[in-house]
Design a protein around this ligand. Structure first.
Ligand SMILES: Cc1cc2nc3c(=O)[nH]c(=O)nc-3n(C[C@H](O)[C@H](O)[C@H](O)COP(=O)(O)OP(=O)(O)OC[C@H]3O[C@@H](n4cnc5c(N)ncnc54)[C@H](O)[C@@H]3O)c2cc1C
Length: 414
């Protein structure tokens, strides 16, 4: 179907969510004007490789792009790279770009993503204190990794853990400093986080847990990290991975409702006519949870972009996918589905020591979330187990001889 129109749909954030939204507008037959604005000089790319194969030098730049170079011209998508949207007037439906250009829109998608949270401590501005979000950040990190030596990674969340693994794989001397008692504790909790602590320790990473960082020291260039428990760690460089903040400045200044992201309904629509948000920046009402959820992961950007585009075209599509993400560290791959909060226990299927298991976060007799580690093709039954919201027996969940598919089908039938 072709939607013949002289309308203009503008997307701010030439990101994964933004690029997939532009693609979907065209795939759904919209033949008005599509403008995709990105502050970075690169055309839209995917970030997961930046802490994995790309930073290790195993994959080149051509592997990271969302679309090939010709795609945007071929689909008549006006890609404005190196341009920042600086202000938004939702009453007149106008967007202003740096340099003063004004763009009128009929529909606007904000896919402005997230930016690394900065550490505000003495020495924070020293050369060699690195953050990782963009492909340029990854290039800079790769260059330091190539020089070898010792690196201190501050924070053992997903980015810190993956950078630590990649640096170890490239033979560096790696120390991780993390205030929690295990890596990835916020999402995985102490038991499963402990598996990751052991994986890193087995690969020769020094994990300093239960302590923070007080200062970076050096003369122009970082030479040492001072921890809260008084240690001095010599290093050639530092990577800080202490979480991200949604990039809500433009939305907030325009008076859109913002609270840990741009507040949008289940159709990804913000509280101004014609304005939508998707990806890391969207704090979206989730029909399954009955509350707002902001997801900082690849699959959410990949799927919310197209969903937002359909809603922009007036095809109502509630976004109800369960959160999902993956991580690769050394020879260990994992996928996590769902959203665990208020769990009362974790049920394990398989052997954590053998690094091949599925973990289920449970509340009473229901599955809230599941993570498969080096076990594959189980995401679908895990999703169904969560979605069924039905009682599941712990012993059956824990028994690898009871197929998860069968358990999921039984739960769905109840
Ligand atoms: C190193 C790294 C590794 C990752 N690995 C994984 C992984 O293994 N698994 C997983 O599930 N997720 C992973 N993620 C997370 C995943 O990449 C993000 O969830 C995803 O990139 C979010 O995409 P997005 O479209 O919301 O926006 P982003 O990728 O954040 O892009 C937003 C874009 O908008 C631009 N922008 C912002 N404001 C403006 C403005 N005013 N004007 C113009 N442009 C603007 C920004 O410059 C940026 O280019 C990783 C992230 C990083 C950084």
């Amino acid at each position: 179907m072709t939607l013949s129109t002289d309308q203009t749909h503008v997307i701010v954030g030439a990101s994964l969510a933004g690029a997939k939204a532009a693609e979907t507008l065209r795939a759904e037959g919209f033949d008005g004007r599509v403008v995709l604005i990105g502050a970075e000089e690169e055309r839209p790319y995917e970030r997961p490789p930046l802490s994995k194969e790309y930073v290790r030098g195993e994959a080149g730049r051509e592997k990271v792009y969302v679309h090939d170079e010709r795609f945007y011209a071929e689909h008549d998508i006006e890609l404005r790279l190196g341009r920042t949207a600086v202000s938004l007037d939702t009453a007149s439906r106008e967007l202003e770009l740096d340099g003063g250009e004004r763009l009128r829109y009929d529909r606007l998608l904000l896919s402005t993503g997230a930016a690394p949270r900065r550490l505000e401590i003495p020495g924070a501005d020293l050369d060699g204190v690195l953050y990782l979000r963009s492909v340029q950040d990854s290039d800079a990190l790769r260059e330091r990794i190539d020089r070898g030596g010792a690196v201190v990674v501050v924070g053992a969340g997903w980015i810190g853990a993956e950078v630590a693994a990649s640096a170890r794989q490239r033979g560096l001397d790696v120390t991780v400093v993390e205030p929690s008692s295990v890596p990835l504790e916020r999402v995985l909790g102490p038991e499963v986080g402990g598996v990751y602590r052991d994986i890193h320790a087995d690969h020769g990473v020094r994990m300093l847990l239960g302590t923070g960082v007080d200062a970076f020291e050096g003369d122009g260039l970082v030479e040492r990290v001072r921890t809260s428990d008084g240690r001095l760690l010599d290093c050639e460089f530092v990577v800080v991975g202490v979480g991200v903040q949604p990039r809500t400045e433009l939305a907030a200044e325009a008076g859109l409702a913002v609270d840990n992201g741009i507040l949008v309904d289940e159709h990804l629509q913000a509280n101004a006519p014609g304005v939508f948000a998707a990806g890391d920046v969207a704090n979206a009402m989730h029909p399954f949870y009955g509350e707002r959820v902001r997801v900082e992961h690849w699959a959410n950007a990949l799927n919310q972009g197209p969903a937002a585009a359909r809603n922009m075209l007036g095809q109502p599509a509630a976004y109800d996918r369960l959160p999902y993400f993956f991580s690769d560290q050394y020879e260990v791959g994992m996928e996590y589905t769902g959203y665990a909060r208020g769990e009362d226990r974790v049920v394990l299927r398989g052997d954590p020591a053998a690094r091949e298991f599925v973990a289920f976060w449970m509340s009473e007799d229901r599955v809230l979330a599941g993570m498969n580690l080096n076990v594959w093709d189980v995401t679908d039954p895990i999703k169904r187990l969560i979605g069924a919201r039905m009682a599941v027996d712990d012993r059956q969940l824990a028994d690898p001889d009871v197929p998860l598919d069968e358990l999921a089908s039984a739960a769905q039938e109840r």
